[in-house]
Design a protein around this ligand. Structure first.
Ligand code: CP
Length: 308
């Protein structure tokens, strides 16, 4: 069973093969209308369940479109409307869904929900984001970096802000794809030690630098994300904004990075909080390419899961 649960749980060579397949598939359908089918239909006859316990624009639309382009069908399910949100166990939900569908993508809160779904499902399960990680996003991000600048191996990525789930997957990706990473944020929002340890054991340099101007020196890519994630309480909003304001990515900060540094953000962005509109819309930014590449990267992930 090939579940896609996390970057660090998937073989590095297989991650690389998925990125390469995503690029090939993207090139093959260049110029086609979005709704046109791919030349090959590897998901013909396959049904995919897309479960959302949290809001989504990119993940929902990109998975849905991707399945259709590959000839499959989707059903989008909201956690609240399922019996899952009304007391049915995750294990029973997994067993039941496995009788109807060929693949399950789930966006949920606790990582344990994802892991239990994968344990009891008899079809592959994909992590569409948990409070801890967001591996599909990082597949698109690595693909996007390499489209613009070539191999990411040996480069320096700098994360500015909260050491959240997207940051965690970036750190795991540093270990798997062989690039260095610097985290710059307040100590109370540091990434989990487990993620940092994993990447360091793979031989890459993971640094913590509290001063964002020092952190971005020599950066090939600067990354930001929202200061208040979907699972953070709204009561922490003001405190987080105060803590994270020094880590805003603006023109002055980007000027400290390499001249050809990219700016990345998984979106949705809160313009003029974690990143200024000048940077979002400026020459370094590739944020909308990242959003597009969710589609292509996830198509490759789904093919890998299903072995088609
Ligand atoms: N980046 C991302 O996962 O976007 P959505 O929350 O809109 O799916």
């Amino acid at each position: 069973m090939k579940h896609f649960l996390d970057i660090h749980k998937t073989d590095a060579g297989e991650l690389r093969a998925m990125i390469d397949l995503a690029r090939t598939m993207k090139t093959a359908r260049a110029g086609l209308p979005k709704g046109a089918p791919d030349a090959t239909q590897p998901l013909a006859g396959r049904m995919v369940a897309l479960i959302f316990e949290k809001p989504s624009t990119r993940t929902r639309v990109s998975f849905d479109v991707g399945v259709r382009q590959m000839g499959g069908q989707t059903m989008v399910l909201s956690g609240k409307e399922m019996q899952l949100g009304h007391g049915e166990t995750i294990a029973d939900t997994a067993r039941v869904l496995s009788r109807y569908v060929d693949l399950i993508m789930i966006r949920t809160f606790e990582e344990q929900t994802l892991l239990e779904m994968a344990e009891y499902a008899t079809v592959p399960v994909i992590n569409g984001l948990t409070n801890r990680t967001h591996p599909c996003q990082i597949m698109a991000d690595v693909m996007t970096y390499e489209e613009h600048r070539g191999p990411i191996s040996g480069k320096k990525a700098v994360w500015c802000g909260d050491g959240n789930n997207v940051c965690a997957s970036w750190i795991q990706a540093a270990g798997q794809f062989g690039f260095d990473m610097t985290f710059s944020g307040p100590s109370t929002l540091d990434p989990e030690d487990d993620f940092v340890r994993f990447a360091r054991e793979k031989g890459v340099n993971i640094a913590i630098e509290r001063d964002p101007a020092r952190a971005v020196q020599g950066a090939d890519v600067v990354i930001a994300d929202t200061w208040v994630s979907m699972h953070d309480s709204q009561s922490s909003r003001e405190r987080r904004h105060n803590q994270l304001r020094p880590y805003q990515v603006n023109d002055a900060l980007m000027a400290q990075a390499k001249d050809d540094a990219l700016f990345m953000h998984c979106l949705p962005a809160h313009r003029d909080d974690e990143v200024t509109s000048a940077v979002m819309d400026g020459p370094h930014s590739v944020v909308f390419d990242e959003a597009e590449n969710r589609l292509h990267a996830q198509k490759a992930v789904m093919r890998w899961c299903l072995g088609v």
